[in-house]
Design a binder for this molecule. Sequence first.
Ligand code: AMP
Ligand code: MN
Ligand code: MN
Ligand code: MN
Length: 285
Amino acid sequence: MLSIDLHCHSDRSDGALSPTALIYRAAARGVRVLALTDHDTLAGLDAATDAAKQHGVELIGGVEISVTWHGRTLHVVGLNVDPQAAALSEGLARLCSGRRRRAVEIGDRLDAMGVRGALDAATRLASNPDQVGRTHFARHLVACGAASDVKSAFRRYLAEGRAGYVRHQWASLPDAVAWIRQARGMAVLAHPGRYGLRSPRLRSLFAEFRALGGDAVEVLTASHGPEQVDAVSRVANESGLLASAGSDFHAPDESWLDLGQLPELPASCQPIWRAWTDRRAAFVQ
Ligand code: AMP
Ligand code: MN
Ligand code: MN
Ligand code: MN
């Protein structure tokens, strides 16, 4: 098992655990290097840094930025970002207000479908009221009996094409990469296998991402099966991109890959952590 996990969420976005509890769980499950990558916010990093020191975990300050690319939502992870960098925090603040407007609209849609009071309920479920996302609505739909679990709440109400789905304009791909670079971080295209792109389009996305200054793509992630690991690692190598690995862990009981369950990267990949030469000692197994 890999002792590195470069993608996970706390309750500062749509994870279920506080940053402190997340670090504790990671340490207990054998993770030595963990990146906290909440959606569009750096709010968990201070608490995670303190907890990481206590539990002997190396914390990588991260974020997962929501992007709109040719009408599709993509996610770009920033690793080792400087939380003080102005362009990044201003960009995230704008995404945050857009997210809030979208939450109001999702609430209206669900209201029209007969699920009353969903906005208030989802906001109560979000420990961070700035980051109300579809997962919070999904958890409410489960709590009120409208869906049996989070996945079916997405399938029935919240996934693209369903009545509760609200089309939204997130950051542009060039902006997201630029914010990460200005914060002296590395930009990683998250879970590329989830975007439903066939090889030629995947290739052109990777080429565009590389040309903008992107560094890596996630090869290992909960949503990639063996075929996607193969395809993504092949195209990453052809495109000159490094490989990253992250569980995308959200909550113990929501059937995501847990912390500390990632296998090794395929031997053909160039791991992103090899580039962190000045911190290499931390990654020795
Ligand atoms: P948002 O940024 O609010 O649109 O929410 C995106 C998040 O919803 C993702 O990061 C996942 O945590 C979750 N999500 C998206 N699609 C699904 C799905 N089909 N089943 C379960 N969770 C999902
Ligand atoms: Mn999420
Ligand atoms: Mn994501
Ligand atoms: Mn994620």
